[in-house]
Ligand binder design. Sequence first.
Ligand code: MN
Ligand code: MN
Length: 298
Amino acid sequence: MTEQLQDNEEIIENYLKAGRILSQVRSEAKDKIQIGSSILEAAEFVENRALELGADGSAFPCNISRNDEAAHATPLMGDDDVFEEDIVKLDLGIHVDGYIADSAITIDLSGEFSDLVKASEAALSAAIDTVASGVNTAELGAVIEDTINSYGFKPVGNLTGHGLAQYLPHVSPSVPNRKVSGGAVLHTGDVVAIEPFATNGVGKVVDGTLTEIYQLVDVKPVRMPAARKLLKELAPYSTLPFAKRWLKTEKLDFALMQLERSGIVHSYPVLKEVSGGMVSQAEHTVIVTDDGCQVTTI
Ligand code: MN
Ligand code: MN
């Protein structure tokens, strides 16, 4: 076996291991999502349990977005919010040696949106059935939009799935959730996260006012002592997103603002459906094969 192939096998094994651990955490975490239970506890359970099961860490903070929030919500430090009759998106990312598993489920605590939940799940299944080497991502977008429409809902058109690479949770190609022209052809060995979002709103998200998730994007020297301390604290996360609640640096908000202004840190505000529509999400990570794909997070 050539060294190259051996490396590839190791890489694939890391993706699969990350996926296996993620599925177990995802399944155990469902019990933590109940009306009246702590949202912070659910997020911390996910992040700690992944480590206990042998993951090298979170690929990004556990996202728990509710109702018209589509993505990028995560609890604040000391958050005492509890689940209510919410439509809850649990989006988990874990990594093994930087190789990422990314998956999301929607849990409807209101009992009123089961069709909306089914719409994104069915769109994900249909997309997974369509994926193979040679397939254009535009075909996936069309299948996703048609499936969600068939349930009477709209896809969130400005959110997409994405490629994954070592320590990089968002790389090309993007996987559209609606009909697009263009797109990119998938190839055997590509690792992509497919994540349809369905809504009873107009189908578009905008930045909300809250930001709890950030990512290091460009390391360069800084002068402010607080910002320098923070950069040191961020080093272990490499290029993986982190949550504000994970950090201990003093004057954290000030330091984060400095790093953001210098273009060192990118912020991910909570994304909300612009018309206040309810949003569901379903996501799996897949490795593209010659005639289909292998779902790592099944
Ligand atoms: Mn995700
Ligand atoms: Mn994703």
